[in-house]
Structure formats: structure tokens, C-alpha cells
Design a protein around this ligand. Structure first.
Ligand SMILES: Cc1ncc(COP(=O)(O)O)c(C=O)c1O
Length: 338
């Protein structure tokens, strides 16, 4: 085994029974028409390595994202693309910076690629703090989710552009950008050719099980990073199913409308717990000193949420889950008032 391999945390996924509002998955049910269309996906090519399906998927997604297919790489989730790009960009001990808090896998992929990961100690979502850390650390790569996971904070395009001028590579991870349909860095990509954008079908498109993510960058960067991808990294069956969903004209709008309405309901519901941070994603962050306490009370009712040191991240869910959240909050209030 590699020296110090134990320092790399192990991510062990587990199935959540009950209502899973802890993983930011889509809760919008796949419409009947799409289920039917997916059943028609041909199994004829099952014995062949996937090529055609991936070309078709790139063409559809390029159309959706407003870029050229040559500016895309497809991965088994954006997770795999983070792993690939870290291997491609980093030499041993190269430094990587991310805001704090941010997506937990950034540090793990940096370690796997033998890089050195730094996040601000405090006030880690302030632009000025991030700039200070970048000045002090001189990283080769900065990783930023926008909207931020877990808080929903949006970095402005001007802030991201400024960061791009300070470092060799900036990754803007837009896993949740589809929920807002604006402020994607794609509009500035041609001006900042050192920026790499990550997207996924796991969130607004509701296809986490297919494991499909996209890297969007200049043709030159894609050509360079593609050398670090294993040749058939994405299942053709997944690509074919994704293509059916991407070609549907209204599905993504329906999903966004559903999640926006459910996010607004959730905001009202969680207000008694603490300050709600503004979010345009499919989750909200509520500040509380008792995050572990709330998470375990919700879990007693079968609702999974994610606790952080100073708050809870709760994904937009269904009305059934919300009824249980409301019940929990009312029970706590009635004990406090008695
Ligand atoms: C910010 C962010 N980036 C990337 C991912 C990975 O998504 P996937 O590998 O399913 O595309 C997630 C998943 O939760 C995420 O929150």
C-alpha cells in the first residue's frame, strides 16, 4: 500500500431508509412518458464497448449547455471527473485551495493525486478570505462549487473571474447550477481559458443512479485531460438513457419548478429553527447550534438531513417528508413552551 494511505478518508455509501433529504438528490418523480421512452432504449449494443452512445450524449449536452461537443468530457459522475482532473493537473505536493465549507470530496481527490489541500480556517466563504489564502498559498488549482454545497451561496461571475486571473487552474463546480438556469461560468469561458466547469445529471436532471457528469473547458484543456481518462469510463446504457431524458423538451423545467416550490415551502417550515441562508439550489442551510440534536430528532421520524457544525443542510423533498419535519418542530416547541 502507498505510504500514509490511512490518511485518505474512506467514503462508505449507505442506503437511507425513510426520507432521504441528506444527499441533495432530485425528488421529482420521472414522468410516465419518460419511463416509457426509457423502456424503448435498445439493448442491441450491450455486447459492444460504448462509443456511439457517448457521441450522441455529448451532442445533446453540448446543445443544452451552449458549447461545442469538443469542449466536453463525460465522466462517471462529476466525482470521477474531479478525480481525473486532479490526476491530470497536479504534480506531487502541488497545492490546492477550496473555500470552507465546500464539497468534501475536493480534499480527498487532492490527497489521492498526492497534492496538498488547504481551506481557510475561518470565514471561509468570504471572498476576501479566499483571496488571502490564495495569495499566501499560491495554489496550482482552486476548486469552488457554485452554488456552494452546503450553504447555497452563489459566488459572482466577477469574483470567479478575478480568482481565475490569480491561479493556473480554476474549477467551477456547477453541480446545482441547473436549478437557477443563470449565472453559469459558461458565458465567460472563452475569456478565461484556464477555467474548467463541472456539471452533472445527478441533481436537477434526477439521474444520480446513471452516474453521468460533464467537464466543460477549452478544446485544448479537454484534449490534455482526456489522456487521464480510462477509455470506456461511462456505460453506454447510462448514456442512452440520459440522452432520452436530455431530449425531452419540458422535463428539466418541470423539475426546476417542482424543486423551487418545494424549497420555498421548506424555507418557511425550517424558519423556527434558525437563520435560513438564501439558496437557489435544491437544498437549504439553516443555522443552529443544535444541528446534531435536530438531525437526530428528524431521524427519529425517518427523515435524514445533514448536520454541519453550525447548521443543517436539508434537501428539498416531498410534502410527506415535510409533514414529519413540521411535527418534529411542533413537538419541540410544545415541550419548550410547557
Ligand atoms: C458540489 C458537488 N459536486 C459534485 C458532486 C458529485 O456529483 P456526481 O458525482 O453525482 O455527479 C456533488 C454531489 O453531491 C456535489 O454536491
Amino acid at each position: 500500500m502507498r505510504r500514509n494511505y490511512q490518511n485518505i478518508p474512506r467514503y462508505v455509501p449507505h442506503a437511507a431508509s425513510g426520507y432521504a433529504l441528506n444527499q441533495n438528490e432530485s425528488q421529482y418523480p420521472l414522468p410516465e412518458r419518460l419511463e416509457r421512452a426509457i423502456r424503448d432504449v435498445s439493448l442491441e449494443a450491450l455486447s459492444r464497448y460504448p462509443v456511439e452512445e457517448l457521441l450522441a450524449l455529448k451532442a445533446s449536452y453540448a446543445d443544452y449547455a451552449g458549447v461545442e461537443p469538443t469542449q466536453l468530457m463525460v465522466g462517471s459522475g462529476s466525482d470521477e471527473l474531479l478525480a481525473i482532473l486532479s490526476q491530470a493537473i497536479l504534480d506531487t505536493e502541488d497545492r490546492v485551495v477550496a473555500p470552507a465549507p465546500d464539497f468534501s470530496m475536493y480534499g480527498i481527490y487532492t490527497q489521492i493525486a498526492r497534492g496538498h489541500f488547504t481551506q481557510p480556517d475561518e470565514q471561509g466563504l468570504r471572498y476576501e478570505t479566499l483571496i488571502e489564502v490564495i495569495r499566501a498559498t499560491e495554489p496550482k488549482l482552486v476548486l469552488i462549487s457554485n452554488p456552494n454545497n452546503p450553504t447555497g451561496k452563489m459566488w459572482t461571475l466577477d469574483e470567479l473571474s478575478d480568482i481565475a486571473t490569480r491561479v493556473p487552474y480554476l474549477v467551477v463546480d456547477e453541480a446545482y447550477i441547473d436549478f437557477t438556469m443563470k449565472d453559469s461560468f459558461v458565458s465567460r469561458l472563452s475569456e478565461y481559458p484556464n477555467v474548467i466547469i463541472l456539471r452533472t445529471l445527478s441533481k436537477a436532471f434526477g439521474l444520480a443512479n446513471l452516474r453521468i457528469g460533464f467537464m466543460i473547458a477549452s478544446e485544448e484543456i479537454i484534449e490534455q485531460i482526456d489522456r487521464f481518462r480510462s477509455p470506456f469510463n461511462v456505460s453506454g446504457l447510462s448514456a442512452a438513457v440520459a440522452n432520452v431524458v436530455l431530449r425531452d423538451e419540458t422535463y428539466i423545467q418541470e423539475s426546476i419548478q417542482f424543486h423551487t416550490a418545494q424549497r420555498e415551502k421548506l424555507t418557511e417550515l425550517l424558519r423556527p429553527i434558525g437563520e435560513i441562508l438564501p439558496s437557489r439550489a435544491n437544498f437549504i442551510y439553516v443555522k443552529t447550534d443544535d444541528s446534531e440534536g435536530w438531525a437526530s430528532r428528524f431521524l427519529d421520524k425517518g427523515v435524514h438531513v445533514r448536520a454541519f457544525p453550525d447548521g443543517l443542510r436539508v434537501s428539498a423533498g416531498t410534502d410527506e417528508a415535510y409533514a414529519l419535519i413540521q411535527q418534529t418542530i411542533e413537538e419541540v416547541n410544545s415541550v419548550e413552551n410547557s
